[in-house]
Write a protein that binds this ligand. Structure first.
Ligand code: F6R
Length: 238
């Protein structure tokens, strides 16, 4: 594991974006795994800037997102589909992107279809992860058993509370999601984990205490042979 700690969130995003430049130079047809939430927004802005400046090209790349609320209409402003278009896909030249569909009538069939699509693309080359306050990655919540492939999961109250900031008072917030499983995340060739902000300091402290905590899903990521962690000083408790 490589771990880099920067003074600020902006520096984290800048440094992480350099890995994307490098990755696309090495493999223009990279299969990316993308995350949503507040953490990757700065990185997505950097990627959009680099694309505009002609420093990066996604024309041969493709991507799969980690998760989507269920049920969720694609065009709902809180859908992860909408989030990705607004924060990244509308600003770069990536035309082949997929998310699990929150509109699918049969979630089990949709998970199977999504896993098959990922496998057909050759798996994820570079997976981007944020971390929940409870240690979740994607929507793999703390548990005693973890899924290999994409599945329909119930969100914990802590995740529902954490994401309630994105929903208006009259909006119904979903309590379930379709998410890639821990196994699928783990089989990515490379992983980038970004942890920023003071609020993430307690979970970061537990994550890096030298133990693999089975109730911290992100712990499994630390066993991966090619993982790069980017943190700011606030999350590192400095
Ligand atoms: C969402 C996802 C989640 C988030 C996590 C942190 O696609 O994968 O695991 O990364 O909930 O969210 P933020 O970045 O909003 O703190």
């Amino acid at each position: 594991m490589k771990k880099f700690i920067f003074d600020t969130y902006e520096e984290v995003c800048q440094a992480a974006s350099e890995l994307y430049v490098q990755q696309l130079k090495e493999k223009p047809g990279t299969v990316f795994g993308f995350a949503t939430g507040s953490t990757p927004v700065g990185l997505y802005n950097e990627l959009a800037k680099k694309y505009k400046a002609g420093e990066i090209c996604f024309s041969k790349a493709r991507s799969f997102n980690l998760d989507e609320y269920y049920p969720m209409k694609k065009d709902h402003p809180q859908s992860y589909d909408y989030f990705m278009r607004e924060n990244l896909f509308d600003k770069i030249n990536l035309s082949q992107f997929s998310l699990p569909s929150g509109e699918a009538p049969d979630p089990k069939a949709e998970c199977k279809r999504y896993d098959e699509e990922i496998a057909k693309a050759g798996g994820i080359d570079l997976m981007l992860l944020g971390i929940g306050h409870n240690g979740h990655i994607g929507f793999n919540e703390p548990s005693v058993a973890y899924s290999m492939g994409t599945y329909l999961t119930k969100l914990t109250q802590s995740s529902i509370d954490a994401n309630s900031r994105f929903f208006g008072p009259d909006e119904v917030q979903p309590t379930q999601a379709l998410t890639m499983g821990i196994g699928e995340i783990f089989f990515s060739k490379k992983i980038i984990l970004i942890i920023t902000g003071e609020g993430k300091a307690p979970i970061a402290k537990k994550l890096f205490d030298g133990m693999i905590h089975t109730d911290v899903p992100a712990s499994f990521v630390l066993l991966h042979p090619n993982v790069t962690v980017f943190m700011d000083k606030a999350a590192a408790g400095e």
